[in-house]
Design a protein around this ligand. Structure first.
Ligand SMILES: NC(=O)c1ccc[n+]([C@@H]2O[C@H](COP(=O)([O-])OP(=O)(O)OC[C@H]3O[C@@H](n4cnc5c(N)ncnc54)[C@H](O)[C@@H]3O)[C@@H](O)[C@H]2O)c1
Length: 308
């Protein structure tokens, strides 16, 4: 991907900032749309090489102007974080649903035929009981965030039928890496470990997640974006199941901390914390692009530490 004019919504966020840097490095003209809920995570030297708009994605008129002349849109703007979503269900839904419609129509009126959308492994709910989940199984979204992500996947499928807009929905499995903030478990544990505080683990800590390194996620995302055809869904998963307790132990080890681990009750009405197992299959991804995430947790964690 080179010499393309690319719009990235949420491009100043954690994953978006990595995508922005990579696409600039590859020689593209990048336009970022972001309301900077968590500040601007795009590295300073990259900020001067992009066009930036502090605009709400739900503002269709503004989005239609911004998308003029673009070849491709990555729609990554969202409100996320288990507690933030639970406390702000209306804003979460509005950003997802209105934001997607605004982006899709801004693309359509400008003749843009390709959209890459950040969905979530949260659409699987608690389905990874016996084995890793693949894209073919029926989904079971249980939070407003996951439900809205699934709605948008279906919406994108209909956009292909109705308007011929091609798109891909990426079901990200716990992406982590540099510049992620402490809404998510890995930065939170690292902060606690560096401060010598107890690492607070919800429940028994036996619940599992599939931690996927951000560089692998970006590589997968860009390769998929280069091969969009119709509407498709892909898991972006590391295919390794780790318990939260193991994650806490690993972080204590790589930080060399003296912290201990404290098991506490998860806040009530936080469905995502109660999901017992979640890990994904990236087989479909590998078949499509000849690549899948592969960075092991310890190596990925080590890249974050110097900046904490
Ligand atoms: N990080 C993960 O593990 C993960 C997992 C599954 C899915 N995702 C999805 O990937 C995408 C990126 O996630 P992230 O981890 O980088 O999150 P993030 O919160 O760091 O980035 C999201 C960005 O969107 C911006 N934003 C929010 N509402 C907006 C609006 N109305 N208009 C314009 N900008 C707005 C925020 O300011 C923020 O910079 C999101 O769509 C998220 O749902 C992430």
């Amino acid at each position: 991907m080179k010499n393309q004019r690319i719009v990235i919504t949420g491009g100043a966020g954690f994953i978006g900032s990595h995508l922005t840097s990579k696409l600039v490095e590859m020689g593209n003209e990048v336009v970022v749309v972001d309301i900077l809920l968590r500040g601007n995570k795009i590295p300073k030297d990259v900020q001067s090489k992009i066009e930036f708009h502090q605009i709400d994605v739900c503002d269709f008129n503004a989005m239609a102007k911004i998308c003029k002349g673009a070849d491709l849109v990555f729609h990554f703007a969202a409100i996320l974080g288990v507690d933030i979503v639970a406390d702000n269900p209306i804003e979460t839904m509005e950003t997802e649903v209105n934001g997607m419609q605004s982006v899709a129509h801004a693309a359509a009126v400008n003749g843009i035929r390709h959209i890459v959308y950040a969905s979530t492994s949260g659409v699987y709910g608690h389905l990874a009981l016996e084995q890793s989940v693949s894209e073919e199984i029926l989904v079971d979204p249980r939070t407003s965030y996951a439900m809205a992500k699934r709605y948008n996947e279906i919406y994108l499928a209909s956009l292909f039928e109705e308007k011929g807009i091609h798109s891909v929905a990426l079901r990200f499995f716990n992406i982590y890496g540099l510049r992620q903030d402490n809404r998510m478990v890995i930065p939170r544990f690292i902060e606690q470990a560096m401060a010598g505080e107890s690492l607070t683990v919800y429940g028994t800590g036996e619940q599992t997640r599939d931690f996927t390194y951000v560089d692998d996620a970006i590589q997968s995302t860009i390769k998929l974006a280069e091969n969009i055809n119709g509407f498709e869904i892909y898991n972006i998963a590391n295919e390794k199941e780790a318990t939260i307790l193991d994650l806490a132990k690993e972080i204590i080890q790589v930080t060399g901390s003296n912290s201990d681990i404290k098991l506490i009750n998860a806040p009530s009405k936080r469905y995502d914390y109660e999901v017992g197992r979640r890990y994904g299959s990236s087989e479909k991804l590998e078949k499509k692009i000849g690549y899948k995430p592969r960075t092991d947790l310890q190596s990925g964690l080590k890249t974050i530490l110097p900046t904490v």
